[in-house]
Design a protein around this ligand. Structure first.
Ligand SMILES: C[S@@+](CC[C@H](N)C(=O)[O-])C[C@H]1O[C@@H](n2cnc3c(N)ncnc32)[C@H](O)[C@@H]1O
Length: 501
């Protein structure tokens, strides 16, 4: 076998995909290389690019199912899955897989750790018909990986290291039932209290009642009669699957903290057999959204503690009158950033957003500040060679905040940058050519960012993993808003008002 040159190596997995292709692969939490490994496991060690690409196209549906089922480890086999698995694949997933297949036809480039080499065969018409062979040095690796990947994961078993085959078992009840109980009374601040009083209803129902702490507080504070429902039988409430339906009761106020679980987390944590059916045909991406749908169908007035990400989600807010962001954690066993939302029967609401009891602005004002900005060729995000460093998340030290800095001063390893990097990254702004340009750009961008933070009391940024050491919520800058700030710092005029949903 000849030692390959850079140009005739097939280095899929690290080859030059188009941006669209890379984005698509990234959504599966897998690489093209994972797909190639799978292909070799099934079809043998020798092949041509053309046969690999044809296989990928032919099997895109099955692969999509497999990647969906085992999102962190890639696919495990090309056939033999029952047809019912197809139900797990959303139209979005199917289109992503098709995009992957379509975008794979670009040529490969040299990779640092190639998987295959070209066989020195006499009949070579083009790069695509050259026979490739799995490198002998990779044979053991692939056999080993093959065996490990072919094992199905148990309920709640999460693969934490593909390389070392390490899995962690999550608490199935906590994760699948979202069983994090609300403790104490921090959620019942003056704003929420006023809302509950103004609803003038004498009874409260929690359709996801858990240990019933929210209901007990309502009894004590408002002298309401209360009742609850839950799916778990040992809690003593009538059993009801409230993610499927809740008995209608317009003369009671719904007071709840439903389960939260994003569908991608449910898949990553192998919880799909337990909760997957809830998401089907709802168009919702998180259990709390499905719970809200059911609560709003059954009740006129609803108070629900839900993730703060709701504010930046596209969940309809037309019945939502109030959002109060809780800085004090109302749970004893998680530090998930949450808010209390208050809902009324009348539509066309423009929720007033509070941080605790302090009024900040309306939802439409927040959307206006966030503005609308389309992709720009002037900026390349997640470029390991980029001239600007972006720390997109507050650290737990209060003075170490989100900031733009010269790439050369950012101590984050450039080799760690992936297409999926969202917290620490490098970006490239080619028009900034001198150190002086870069430095003054960073100063302008940081000033703009800080003024947005001040004007919005931080609510335009997403909450991130609890609070800093001074008790203030940590925040993350999403790349859409980052792009707006960058373009403003570059002097481009950017639309700052968006219509309400
Ligand atoms: C986050 S806990 C909250 C409990 C309570 N509302 C509180 O705030 O302390 C969610 C509760 O919802 C229940 N639950 C989860 N899925 C459910 C379902 N499909 N139908 C009814 N209850 C469910 C869980 O058993 C758990 O007790």
């Amino acid at each position: 076998m000849k030692i390959p040159t850079n140009t005739d190596r097939l280095t899929i997995g690290e080859c030059n995909l188009s941006d669209k292709g890379r984005e698509a692969i990234d959504q599966w939490n897998c690489t093209v290389r994972t797909a190639l490994e799978l292909f070799i496991m099934i079809n043998g060690r020798e092949f041509t690019n053309t046969t690999f690409l044809a296989w990928l196209n032919e099997n895109s549906t099955t692969l999509a199912i497999e990647f969906e089922k085992h999102p962190t480890k890639g696919a495990t086999g090309g056939s033999g899955r029952p047809n019912s698995m197809k139900n797990l694949m959303s139209p979005k997933a199917r289109s992503i897989m098709q995009t992957i297949a379509q975008n794979l036809s670009e040529g490969g480039s040299s990779a640092s750790d190639p998987l295959v080499a070209t066989l020195d065969s006499g009949d070579m018409k083009s790069n695509n018909t050259k026979i490739r062979r799995l490198l002998p040095s990779k044979e053991n690796y692939l056999t080993h990986q093959n065996t490990r990947l072919l094992r199905d994961l148990e309920l709640g078993e999460m693969l934490t290291s593909i390389e070392r085959g390490i899995t962690t078992q999550v608490d199935v009840t906590k994760v699948g039932r979202g069983a994090f109980n609300t403790k104490g009374s921090s959620w019942l601040n003056a704003v929420v209290r006023k809302f509950i009083t103004s609803a003038s209803l004498n009874s409260a129902i929690d359709p996801f009642a858990g240990q019933g702490d929210m209901l007990r507080l309502c009894e004590a504070e408002f002298h309401m009669s209360t009742s609850g429902l839950d799916i778990q039988d040992q809690l003593g409430w009538p059993i009801n699957d409230s993610l499927v339906s809740i008995p209608k009761s317009t003369d009671s106020i719904c007071i709840t903290n439903p389960p939260y679980l994003a569908n991608y987390s449910a898949k990553r944590k192998s919880m799909w057999p337990m909760v997957g059916s809830y998401y089907e045909n709802t168009g919702r991406g998180d259990l709390y959204e499905i719970a809200l749908d059911k609560c709003l169908e059954a009740f006129d007035y609803v108070v629900a503690i839900i993730p703060e990400t709701f504010l930046h989600s596209n969940y309809p807010k037309d019945r939502c009158a109030i959002v109060s962001i809780l800085e004090k954690n109302p749970f004893e066993d998680t530090t998930f950033p949450v808010c209390v939302t208050c809902w009324v029967p009348q539509t066309k609401q423009n929720p007033v957003i509070y941080v605790g009891e302090r009024e900040v602005m309306t939802y439409s004002a927040m959307v206006g500040i966030k503005g609308d900005v389309s992709r720009s060729k002037r900026i390349v995000f997640n470029d390991p060679e980029g001239n600007i460093g972006l720390k997109a998340v507050d650290s737990s030290k209060a003075d170490d905040r989100i900031s733009f800095m010269q790439g050369k001063d950012f101590d984050y390893p450039r080799s760690s940058i992936k297409v999926s990097s969202r917290l620490m990254t490098y970006l490239n702004i080619p028009e900034l050519t001198t150190e002086k340009d870069i430095r003054s750009f960073c100063e302008r961008a940081n000033t703009i960012l800080e003024s947005y933070r001040e004007r919005s009391e931080d609510i335009i940024l997403s909450g991130f993993k609890g609070n800093n050491k001074k008790g203030k919520r940590r925040r993350r800058l999403d790349y859409r808003l980052a792009r707006k700030i960058i373009l403003e710092a570059l002097g481009e005029s950017v639309q700052t008002t968006l219509p309400l949903e």
